[in-house]
Design a protein around this ligand. Structure first.
Ligand code: MLT
Length: 264
């Protein structure tokens, strides 16, 4: 646990040594999402995974916005005396990564954008999120987990690895309602980062599960076309939480990418 200015306690894992890499979880996850990558990459990088405010063991303290999540990550880096880090974000974690680029690009050594999109919400998706806020307040995080799980995990994983789907479902179920509602509002309010993609001039790896229905491969391809020199990896038989559904494949491409950075 780390106490950040101006007064919020953020829980995080910090393992390994070398190039600092910050792993940002999606919605409504927590830092344990990244356990496979931390376990595998700690021999070659300093892997830091925070719980975003309102999730996991971090303080439940609003208001919530992409800007505040980004400020928290940078305050954490300040407290750890890390000048620049690779920022890896999955889905909502990617939205936070874009906000970090918007506000603090000098702190970004490279980007890993996994199962995410640069665009803002459409009116229809804002409306769905408002319905989800109502559901969370009325019936709690278990109901949100039930509503999210089918889209969250790919078809192959649901059929062949129901244990993985169950573990993700459990993670969604324990998310604090206030954090869930805050994150939904933050996603509704987030800006369109698409015009900013052309400004990204650090090495960028984009990863997407072939069966991701929430942020499908065409979103990833559209980002790759706009980020000069970026690399795209599409993972077969994986859905939206591709790092958990195909952990070895995800870690392999991330490791290759980090290896090039380490020796560049
Ligand atoms: C996530 O996994 O973070 C969410 O699916 C993102 C979203 O709902 O846009």
């Amino acid at each position: 646990m780390i106490a950040l200015r101006p007064g919020i306690d953020i829980a995080y894992d910090d393992v390994g040594t070398g190039l600092p890499v910050v792993f940002l979880h999606g919605f409504p996850h927590n830092r344990t999402l990244w356990a496979p990558q931390l376990g595998a990459l700690m021999t070659r990088a300093r892997c830091i995974a925070p719980d975003l405010r309102g999730f996991g063991e971090s303080e439940i303290s609003g208001p919530y916005s992409m800007a505040r999540y980004a400020d928290d990550v940078i305050a954490m880096l300040d407290a750890l005396q890390i000048e620049r880090a690779v920022i890896a974000g999955l889905s909502m974690g990617g939205y936070v990564a874009f906000e970090i680029w918007r506000r603090y690009r000098e702190r970004v050594r490279a980007l890993i954008l996994a199962d995410t999109r640069s665009g803002a919400d459409t009116e229809a998706s804002k409306e769905k999120r408002r319905e989800m806020i109502t559901l969370a307040r009325a019936k709690g995080s278990g109901a949100v987990a039930d509503a999210q799980i089918t889209g969250m995990v790919g078809r192959t994983t649901r059929e062949r690895h129901p244990d993985i789907a169950d573990a993700i479902h459990r993670m969604l179920t324990v998310a604090p309602v206030e954090g869930v509602v805050g994150a939904l509002q933050a996603m509704i309010d987030r800006p369109d980062s698409t015009p900013m993609l052309a400004t990204i001039d650090v090495p960028t790896l984009i990863i997407v599960g072939e069966e991701d229905v929430l942020t499908p491969p065409q979103e990833a391809r559209a980002m790759q076309e706009r980020i000069a020199g970026s690399r795209l990896e599409v993972l077969e038989c994986a859905g939206h939480v591709s790092n958990v559904e195909r952990p070895a494949a995800f870690t392999h491409v991330a490791s290759e990418f980090l290896g090039v950075l380490t020796y560049a």
